[in-house]
Design a protein around this ligand. Structure first.
Ligand SMILES: Nc1nc2c(ncn2[C@@H]2O[C@H](COP(=O)(O)OP(=O)(O)OP(=O)(O)O)[C@@H](O)[C@H]2O)c(=O)[nH]1
Ligand SMILES: [Mg+2]
Length: 135
């Protein structure tokens, strides 16, 4: 079962991968665009093998050639994965809107609301996603 972890730069994708693997497999940092290429690892959860794919953060208007190649790979991996984890940064991403192209994969997409912090309740993004967070 392949699982593509996708989202905007800095959303916490690599951190999520590392947390699930319990090791620092991918470099995570507060510099947007840290992951340039995809990183794959297998994870066995109760006998079910998952192939976790950490991807380059997706932004629509990058002028960086290498970053754009990474973004193309992110989208390609999302398209062919069995499951998409769409990581959303609640702390910093005020105007989060789902990527338009991601709607094609709604039935296999799980949104992961990341960076939830109680002290940030005033954030617009958190208000918007409050229902989803607490349901
Ligand atoms: N406060 C907070 N910070 C987090 C959380 N998850 C990740 N971070 C931080 O967010 C920053 C970005 O994390 P990464 O995992 O590198 O993000 P990414 O989505 O892989 O970023 P790119 O590779 O650039 O696309 C790092 O400084 C992490 O420590 C969280 O749940 N809460
Ligand atoms: Mg990363």
């Amino acid at each position: 079962m392949s699982v593509a972890i996708i989202g905007k730069p800095n959303a916490g994708k690599s951190t999520l991968l590392n947390a699930r693997l319990n090791e620092e497999r991918a470099i995570g940092s507060d510099i947007a665009g840290t992951t340039r290429d995809t990183i794959e690892e297998t994870l066995n959860i109760n006998g079910v093998l998952f192939r976790l794919i950490d991807t380059a953060g997706i932004r629509e208007h990058s002028k960086d050639v290498i970053e754009n190649k990474g973004i193309e790979r992110s989208k390609a991996n999302a398209a062919k994965a069995d499951i998409i984890l769409h990581v959303v940064d609640l702390l910093n991403d005020e105007g989060e809107e789902k990527f338009n192209w991601l709607h094609d994969f709604d039935e296999k997409t799980i949104t992961v609301y990341n960076k939830y912090h109680p002290y940030a309740r005033h954030h617009a993004a958190l208000q918007k996603y409050k229902k989803a967070c607490w349901q």
